[in-house]
Design a protein around this ligand. Structure first.
Ligand code: ARG
Length: 404
């Protein structure tokens, strides 16, 4: 029997980077046993199965943790409440990392293993998110990052995999690097690294092109309670099911493709392509509802809070007390974000066409062109005194110029 200190727990996706980590942990890092854990946050079932199969071939003690509902409820919904967005990206990859790290740490505690390994490169954001996530749950954790520590390249990894009988799908020609979960699909690599190269149709799997999208618009309604979706078209589903339903509805209408230049934590600018159909619709609907029920000052201030929250979420600082502080404000506002939003999905667009709430700070009687409840004449004094200081400034300018 191997001792706990002879074991290392590898955060495992079944992809190339993490697969080569298995023989590396044994040959180069001196561990007798490798435990692999794959956290299911909604990546394709085939990937989950393949990870388990490879783990079996490579002889690790393997665990799959189904975290789909928890991921949606605690992470995706938190992002909806905070209008989570980083440079136009709903942070689908980013918000999955903390839960993956937390589940790995939980597994480590259960097995009494204190050493961890992950396959993140030294150029990306995931190394920060995963390591912070593990260390916030287990401060004494030892964490290995072989790809970063050995400055590994992809071609070296492919060679090493071949030499060590690690089954791989990758070849130097199979170029897309894909990360997928319920909240979105990230596609990088190959010619996408040229910012002026238009993304080829083959990179997309969840969204139809505008040309192939449904010819007829899809009208939907989303019901919200406490700032999160509870049903679509009045039909209640679990959080994860709601996201899957919306991914399909929006994706079929070509909604949710994102092509941006993104500033990584290290300062590198990278070109990123995403498909986030469900997230795009939910976020837009949520904002529309907030605009109906929150006060003008709440909306203005919340935009700042949301942006701060999003920066923390992008960086994977999920257990930063600053995030809890921000959420105290966010969650207080969300107690009134109840109601319904009507949306029209059509040829790559997602348009809000209606909203209602019993918390609406809206009175048709006051705002209507045809009512007299709001006595217009009473506005005269307010309008006359509006902009008093800037007007004073202009008269001073005039006067002082003459005096020069
Ligand atoms: N740039 C994104 C982020 O840091 C996503 C990275 C996705 N990774 C990938 N292998 N496609 O959140």
């Amino acid at each position: 029997m191997a001792q706990a200190q002879d074991k290392v727990l590898l955060v495992y996706s079944g992809g190339l980077d993490t697969s080569v980590c298995i023989p590396l942990m044994r040959q180069e890092y001196g561990y007798k046993e490798v435990v692999t854990v794959t956290v299911d946050v909604g990546q394709p079932q085939a990937d989950i199965d393949q990870a388990a199969e490879k783990a079996k071939i490579l002889g690790t003690e393997h665990y799959t943790v189904d975290a789909k509902e928890e991921f949606t409820k605690e992470y995706c919904w938190a992002a909806v409440r905070a209008n989570g967005d980083y440079q136009g990206y709903p942070m689908s990859t980013s918000i999955a990392r903390p839960i993956i790290a937390a589940k790995a740490a939980e597994m480590g505690k259960k097995l009494g293993v204190k050493a961890f390994a992950h396959g993140c490169t030294g150029k990306g954001n995931d190394q920060f998110r995963i390591e912070f996530g593990i260390r916030s749950q287990m401060p004494e954790a030892i964490i290995h990052a072989p790809v970063r520590e050995r400055n590994m390249t992809r071609s070296w990894e492919i060679e090493y995999a071949k030499k060590n009988n690690v089954p791989i799908q990758q070849s130097l020609e199979k170029i897309w690097s894909i990360d997928e979960n319920l909240w979105g699909r990230s596609i990088e690599g190959g010619r996408l690294e040229e910012p002026d190269f238009a993304p080829p149709e083959e990179i997309f799997q969840w969204t139809k092109s505008v040309e192939k999208a449904n010819d007829k618009a899809t009208e939907i309604s989303v019901q919200f309670k406490d700032g999160v979706p509870v049903s679509i078209n009045g039909k209640a589903q679990t959080p994860a099911q709601l996201v899957l339903t919306m991914n399909k509805l929006a994706g079929d209408n070509g909604v949710g493709r994102i092509d941006i230049m993104e500033d990584r934590m290290m300062g590198l600018k990278v070109r990123e392509n995403y498909e986030c159909p469900g997230a795009t619709v939910f976020l837009k609907a949520h904002k529309a509802l907030e605009n109906l029920v929150l006060t003008r000052d709440e909306i203005r201030f919340k935009a700042i809070v949301d942006q701060e929250w999003s920066k923390l979420a992008y960086e994977g600082l999920w257990w930063d007390p600053f995030k809890t502080d921000l959420e105290a404000f966010i969650n207080a506002t969300q107690t009134r974000v109840h109601g319904e939003v009507l949306m029209k999905l059509y040829k790559g667009t997602c348009t809000v066409v209606g909203r209602k709430s019993h918390w609406a700070l809206y009175s048709e009687d006051l705002a209507s062109f045809d009512s007299t409840t709001f006595d217009q004449r009473e506005s005269t004094g307010a309008v006359k005194n509006f902009g008093m200081q800037p007007r004073m400034f202009y008269s001073l300018l005039e006067k002082n110029r003459k005096n020069l």
